[in-house]
Design a protein around this ligand. Structure first.
Ligand SMILES: Cc1cc2nc3c(=O)[nH]c(=O)nc-3n(C[C@H](O)[C@H](O)[C@H](O)COP(=O)(O)OP(=O)(O)OC[C@H]3O[C@@H](n4cnc5c(N)ncnc54)[C@H](O)[C@@H]3O)c2cc1C
Length: 376
C-alpha cells in the first residue's frame, strides 16, 4: 500500500517511520529545499519517552527539574518527578529524518503540494517541483497532510482553517537570577491571557517568550518584557500556532477514509500551554495504527481527543482569570495539590484533573466564580 505524506517535520516524519517499519511504501514531500527550517527552542514533558523510547540524547539540550510559577504577589516552586526536556527543533527534525530514512521512507524535498482528486479508491496528488516549476501527479492509496497550521491538504478538502494564536520568543543570555534546571512562568493578565516563560537551554542561554492573540501583539509585548528585565535578544523566533477546538478532532478529510491530517495540521495542540510536539507524536501514532490495522482514525484518537478537549475547557476558564485569581490559584499550590502537579505531566491532564479537584475542592469554587463573573 502506498502512502504520500506532505510535510517533513515532526508529525509527518514520525507517521512515515511507523508506517515504513511495517513495510508500507511511504513517500514524504516538503516544499523546503533543505530541512534546516527555522530554529526553535522547545520544551516537552517527559511523556515524550512513551512515544520515543529511548529519547535520543543528541536531541536534548537541557533537562529541567523545577518549575517556578509567579503571579502578581504569589509564587510557587514545583519539583517535577519527570524532568521536562529542552530540545531544539532543527536537531529534532534531523533525528526524525535519520529514523525515517533508516526505515525505508523516501524523502523528496523542494516539492509543494498543490491539490488532490479522488478516483475510486485512489487519490491523485498534484505536486510542483519548485526548482523546475513543473507539476507532477502521483497516484496513491493514502494521503496524509502533516503540513502545519495552514495545511494546504486541509484547504484542498475545503476545510476552514484553524483558530490561531501567535507565539514569540527570544534567545537571551541566562540572567544571573536564572538557574539551568529551572523553568519559570509569569502570569500577567494585563499583557497576555496566556503567560510569559523563561526556558534555560544551558547554563548560559535561555529562551524567553509569550503567547498572544496575534503576531504584532506578541512581538510588542515580548520587546517590553525584554526591556523591563534588561535582557538582550541573541535571536528572535516566532510563528503562528493552531488552537485546538472541539470540531478539530475530526482529522479524516474524506468519506473514503484515505485522506487525513496530523499534528499542527489537525490542531493537535494543548491550548493551556500551546504545546504541540507531544500531542503531534501521539496523533502520528494513532494515525499509523489506524492505517496499518484498517481502523477508524477518529476512534484511535480517542485518548488524545479527551486530553485536548480538557485542556480546552481549562483554557476557557483561565482566559477569564484576573491577576487576583492567579494569586489565589498559586496560593493553593501546596500539600496534596502540589504533589499531584509534581507527579503528573502537562500531557496527562485526563489522569490528574479529578485528583486535583479532589485534593483541593476550592479549585471548583474559583473556576465557578470566574465563570459567573464572565457571564454577568
Ligand atoms: C516559537 C515556537 C515555540 C514553540 N514551543 C513549543 C514548545 O515549547 N513545546 C511544544 O510542545 N510545542 C511548541 N511549539 C509548537 C510546535 O513547534 C509545533 O506544534 C510542532 O512543531 C508542529 O509540528 P508539525 O510536524 O505538526 O508541523 P510543522 O513543524 O509546522 O511542519 C509542517 C511541514 O510542512 C511543510 N509544508 C507546509 N505546507 C506545505 C506544502 N504546501 N507543500 C509541501 N510541504 C509543506 C513545511 O515546510 C513543514 O516542514 C512552538 C511553536 C513555535 C512557533
Amino acid at each position: 500500500m502506498k502512502v504520500i505524506i506532505i510535510g517533513a517535520s515532526i508529525s509527518g516524519l514520525h507517521t512515515a517511520t511507523l508506517l515504513a517499519r511495517q513495510d508500507m511504501d511511504v513517500e514524504v514531500y516538503d516544499r523546503m529545499n533543505a530541512l534546516d527550517g527555522p530554529s526553535r527552542t522547545l520544551i516537552v514533558t517527559g511523556k515524550i519517552s512513551e512515544v520515543l523510547d529511548p529519547v535520543p540524547k543528541a536531541m536534548v539540550l537541557n533537562q529541567v527539574k523545577y518549575l517556578e510559577l509567579f503571579s502578581r504577589s504569589r509564587s510557587a516552586r514545583l519539583e517535577l518527578r519527570y524532568p521536562d526536556l529542552v530540545v531544539e527543533r532543527r536537531r529534532v527534525v534531523e533525528m526524525f529524518v535519520r529514523m525515517a530514512e533508516e526505515s525505508g521512507v523516501k524523502l523528496i524535498l523542494g516539492h509543494r503540494f498543490e491539490g488532490f482528486a479522488q478516483f475510486g479508491r485512489k487519490v491523485v496528488v498534484t505536486l510542483r517541483n519548485l526548482e523546475t516549476s513543473e507539476a507532477k501527479q502521483i497516484s496513491t492509496d493514502i494521503l496524509v497532510g502533516a503540513d502545519g497550521v495552514h495545511s494546504a491538504v486541509s484547504q484542498a478538502a475545503s476545510r476552514d482553517g484553524h483558530a490561531v494564536a501567535a507565539l514569540a520568543q527570544a534567545r537571551v543570555a541566562l540572567p544571573e537570577s536564572g538557574e539551568k534546571d529551572t523553568y519559570r512562568v509569569w502570569f500577567d493578565t494585563s499583557r497576555t491571557k496566556y503567560f510569559y516563560w523563561l526556558i534555560p537551554e544551558s547554563d548560559r542561554v535561555a529562551a524567553v517568550g509569550l503567547i498572544a492573540d496575534d503576531a504584532p501583539q506578541a512581538q510588542g509585548r515580548l520587546s517590553g518584557f525584554l526591556q523591563e528585565r534588561e535582557l538582550e535578544a541573541i535571536e528572535f523566533q516566532s510563528a503562528i500556532v493552531p488552537i485546538h477546538h472541539f470540531g478539530s478532532a475530526n482529522a479524516t478529510l474524506d468519506p473514503n477514509r484515505n485522506v487525513f491530517v496530523v499534528g499542527d495540521a489537525a490542531a493537535q495542540v494543548k491550548v493551556t500551554t500551546v504545546g504541540g510536539v507531544v500531542p503531534g507524536l501521539y496523533g502520528a501514532k494513532a494515525l499509523a495504527q489506524a492505517i496499518l490495522n484498517g481502523r477508524n482514525y477518529r476512534k484511535e484518537l480517542g485518548g488524545l481527543k479527551m486530553e485536548l478537549n480538557l485542556h480546552l475547557l481549562v483554557r476557557h476558564v483561565l482566559n477569564r482569570f484576573s491577576d487576583r485569581d492567579y494569586d489565589e490559584l498559586i496560593g493553593m499550590l501546596d500539600g496534596e495539590l502540589k504533589e499531584i502537579l509534581q507527579e503528573w505531566t502537562r500531557d496527562e491532564l485526563t489522569q490528574s484533573f479529578l485528583r486535583m479537584i479532589w485534593a483541593q475542592p476550592r479549585l471548583i469554587a474559583l473556576g465557578a466564580r470566574v465563570f459567573m463573573k464572565s457571564i454577568l
